[in-house]
Design a protein around this ligand. Sequence first.
Ligand SMILES: Nc1ncnc2c1ncn2[C@@H]1O[C@H](COP(=O)(O)OP(=O)(O)OP(=O)(O)O)[C@@H](O)[C@H]1O
Ligand SMILES: [Mg+2]
Length: 193
Amino acid sequence: MTDPKPEIENVRVFIRVRPLNKKETSEDRKNVVLVDTAENLIVLNKDGNGEKRKPYKFDQIFAESSTQMDLYRVIAAPIVEKVLQGFNGTIFAYGQTGTGKTYTMAGNFSNSDSKGITPNAFSHIFTQISRSSEEKSFVVTVTYLEIYNEEVRDLLSANPNKKLAIRERTDVGVYVKDLMGFTVDSWKASPNY
Ligand SMILES: Nc1ncnc2c1ncn2[C@@H]1O[C@H](COP(=O)(O)OP(=O)(O)OP(=O)(O)O)[C@@H](O)[C@H]1O
Ligand SMILES: [Mg+2]
C-alpha cells in the first residue's frame, strides 16, 4: 500500500425512506415523510400541512423506490475506492428501531438484489484486488463488534458474552482491547454462517 497524505472530507448525510410494510398498509397508515429528490429535501408531514413545515436538506435523499444498488453506488462505492487507495472510511446507519438500518447495511445475503452495503462492499473490495497489479499487496482483516447498552462485545469471539474495554493509545487512537481480527481472502460467507 502507498502511504497517503492525510485527507479529511466532510461527513456526508443521506436519508433513506423505507416503504410502508404490510402491517402498516393494512392499518391504512400514511407515509409522513415528504421527499423532494431533486432538491434533496424532506418535510415531516405529521398533521397534513407539509407545505408550511420546515424542509430539511441532506446530501441526497433515497425515496421508497430506491434499490440497494442505488444506495451502494452513491454512498459506499466512492468510500470503498478510497479505502483501496489506503484511506480510512466509515459508513454508519442511524435511525430508530424498524427504520431499515439492518436492511440497508446487511440486507439479505442470499438474494443478490437485496444485498446491503456490507456484502456489496466485500464483493467490490475482492473484485478490485483480483484486478490489481501484482506489485501491490492487500491485507483484508475483519472485526465485528456490538455496542449495546454501552457494553462492547466481540461477535466473532468464541466467548461473545465477555465485555470488552475501549482504550486509547497515542499511536493507534481509540481501540477495543482484545477484539479478534480475522484475515479474509474472499467475500463468501463460510458454510457455517
Ligand atoms: N428499503 C426497504 N425495502 C423493503 N423492506 C425494508 C426496507 N427497509 C427496511 N425494510 C424491512 O423493514 C423491517 C425493519 O427493518 P430493519 O430490521 O432493517 O430495521 P432496523 O433499523 O435494523 O431496526 P432495529 O433498530 O430494531 O434493529 C425489516 O423487515 C426489513 O426487511
Ligand atoms: Mg437492526
